[in-house]
Write a protein that binds this ligand. Structure first.
Ligand SMILES: [Zn+2]
Length: 352
């Protein structure tokens, strides 16, 4: 894209205004100051977006000096995104507004065609003429999908990590352990979220056949699916309400602690957050896992804490909605790349 062309520059400035308003209401004068765009341009951009119903005026600034400006905010009802979540046996679709608030959510048992099931739910949840900007599919499979609007595919671990960061902040150097039917992990390093495909296949016990063909993988020892198979449906459900140290949990916690302590050291992770279904396990299980992990880490790293997800079972859905908004409405990656270019050119003032 040629950023010096006026229509592209206007498009970029529009995105900058939207991403600033995503953080909260703001006046035109304040937008001009924060974004370093002249007031006339800001005025034109905002006027156009008000006419398009993308943003609206929402009260006046609280100020002691000068004339209070009119506050602008994103008209969150002006568009929608979908989060599509593929579980082991079910499929769910949620529709969110432009602030990422989930408005509706429906789940279906998986039928014969993933594609048809998604289209069925999506058309059921599309209301009137509200613009659909796009969707994010959080899934660990690679079944081909075709949708009538733009979409991206992300892993469940990524979606869950996005939800945590939206709630808790940047979480640099945190290791995200997505622990549900299957196991996945990601780490935040240098402002980037990196998926760790090897994590579920860390050798964490002597034997046990894994779907990858390997032996003794963490996935085979500690995934939700394994716990369910060993404990039976009733005990598995009870696990979330009663902290009974039955054998199945103990035999899953030990390999999990071994894999975690290895990953924490290899990646210099500062803390761990457990996301997904297993994050709902009672506190004593966290304490047990924490004790095991701390005992395996060298004394200098024994301060690593294992946290519970703040989004719980909603994580994948919430995170996918945010990724869809980032990709198709706020275009955060484009803005981040531009910012990086601007920062690169900063050390060389004009004239050099
Ligand atoms: Zn494996």
């Amino acid at each position: 894209m040629d950023f010096s062309r006026p229509d592209n520059a206007r498009r970029i400035n529009r995105l900058k205004v939207l991403s600033e308003l995503r953080k909260g209401t703001c006046s035109k004068a304040e937008l001009s100051r924060r974004l370093d765009i002249n007031k006339v341009s800001i005025g034109e951009i905002c006027q156009k977006m008000i006419e398009e119903n993308l943003i609206s005026e929402s009260g006046r600034e609280q100020t002691l000096q000068g004339r209070p400006g009119t506050l602008l905010s994103i008209n969150s009802k002006a568009g929608r995104v979908f989060s599509i979540e593929e579980g082991r046996a079910s499929l769910s679709v949620a529709v969110s507004d432009l602030q990422g608030r989930i408005l509706r959510y429906e789940r279906l048992p998986k039928g014969e065609s993933f594609q048809n099931d998604i289209l069925k739910l999506v058309s059921k949840m599309s209301t009137g003429d509200t613009t659909i900007y796009g969707a994010a599919i959080a899934s660990d499979s690679d079944i081909p999908i075709d949708l009538p609007f733009p979409f991206i595919r992300i892993t469940r671990a990524e979606a869950e990590a996005e939800a945590e960061m939206a709630r808790l902040g940047d979480l640099e150097s945190f290791l995200f352990l997505s622990w549900s039917d299957s196991i996945a992990a990601a780490i935040r390093k240098n402002g980037m979220l990196i998926t760790l495909p090897q994590f579920p296949h860390i050798r964490a016990q002597k034997d046990g056949d894994c779907s990858c063909g390997g032996k003794g993988c963490l996935e085979a020892a500690a995934s939700g699916r394994t716990i369910l198979r060993k404990a039976g449906a009733e005990s598995y459900r009870a696990l979330f309400s009663k902290a009974e140290y039955h054998d199945t949990i103990q035999s899953a916690m030990r390999p999990m602690a071994a894999a975690l302590s290895e990953a924490i050291q290899a990646l210099s992770a500062s803390s761990v957050i457990i996301t997904g279904r297993m994050s709902l396990m009672p506190d004593p299980f966290y304490a047990y896992l924490q004790t095991l992990v701390s005992s395996l880490l060298p004394p200098s790293r024994s301060d690593v804490i294992i946290y519970r997800s703040s989004a719980g079972e909603n994580g994948a859905r919430e995170g996918a909605a945010l990724k869809a908004l980032d990709s198709f409405f706020y275009h955060t990656e484009l803005l981040a790349r531009l910012k990086a270019i601007e920062n690169l050119s900063d050390p060389f003032p004009s004239g050099i």
